[in-house]
Write a protein that binds this ligand. Sequence first.
Ligand code: MTE
Ligand code: MO
Length: 429
Amino acid sequence: MRPGDRTDPDLTDEATYERLRSPSRRTLLRLSAGAGLSAGFGGGAFLAALSGPPASAASAASPASGGIVKPLPPELLIPHGTNAEMRWEAMRDQGHLTPADRFFVRNHTATPLVDARTWRLKLWGTGLRDRPTEDRPIELTYEDLLGLPSETLTASVECTGNGRGFFASQQGQEVSGTPWRLGAVGVARWHGVRLSTVLRRAGITREAVDIMPRGLDADYVDKGENLGRVRRPLPVAKAMKDVLLAYGMNGEPLPPDHGHPVRLVVPSWVGIASIKWLGDIQVADEPLSSPWNTRYYRLFGPDYPLEGSDPLTRMNVKSAFELPWEATLPAARPLALHGRSWSGGGRILRVEVSADGGATWRPARLRDRDPDPRGWARWEFSWHPRRPGPYELLARATDEAGATQPATVPFNRLGYLFGAVVRHPVTVI
Ligand SMILES: Nc1nc2c(c(=O)[nH]1)N[C@H]1C(S)=C(S)[C@@H](COP(=O)(O)O)O[C@H]1N2
Ligand SMILES: [Mo]
């Protein structure tokens, strides 16, 4: 079957069946013969990704010129080198979800253009029953994935360094990394297949302890040192719990910048866990490591051991106003301030707002009756500034685990997990 012929989603057709059971190819569906191939939510809606123009005949993944594929309109996004941050005022009047056009992008190098028709997910390692090797892995096509039972999950993806810029501006501390404000977070509906489904069908054993998903983007070079492709170990317990192999975002095929054709979505965890442009997954019966769980994504500094804290897992509690940074607001009438709060620790229970620098706090009204524990809680606060002048607006949330945003956070050199209350400057005129 040639790539261009891939228009029929029916995996039970004869040619596909022959291809799948061919002894020269180890495929996942061979392992699941007889299982009902429900098209589910997947199927048709996402097959569009198979009929687009071929990205590149020469290679499976070539980098997009300029790094990010989607337009970066200045009213929605702020560029930071290879990355782009969402402007928080772009969430005003939006529903629960962050539209893809304004979803932040965090790229270590550049968005690769991966052709879904030639893409394969490769699974290998000592934690799988037949111990397939990296050069003879179990393979899964995009179409195979669309044929597996599909699921939809609403979850945030947030960069571990979200809020990093406030270490300098609020605490006078110099840290390294992209100086994000609060826009390195977004919430989407992700469509795909549970990672546990695929790992089970691939024959994951009881001895498996870690998996290592790896992206198809270019090698990451840090100060002249080539660290290889972006990859980070994930404990099997988390991998089997609630992780999604996502091929869709907000009802559309995953856009190039967000991992097309397939990414991981690891709910509640640091954004780096949600590997984009997924190419292969090693499954191991021993602990794995990569620079992304040893030299990055740990807390380093005087308060931490030399090798850093344990590798970071869950994200912390944060809040943001849906206002421009340094907004100008009219005086002499009550204003409805809107914002959102979220936490990797679970549901947001309470949000308080202060307009006097933190001297007094009043509760904000939560707008979502049943806020999604993996998304965010929208809130509203009525404020009637009587006098023109500069103000700082503060919001502080508490999650169901009891975690609340403090006034300051301890320093760490790489500026991760800035969870303190952010002082949002506005001018009332
Ligand atoms: N392959 C690959 N996966 C990746 C990255 C990357 O550079 N390459 N960046 C990670 C980081 S640090 C974050 S915060 C999220 C960002 O996802 P987004 O760009 O879809 O918002 O993707 C993660 N997955
Ligand atoms: Mo990140």
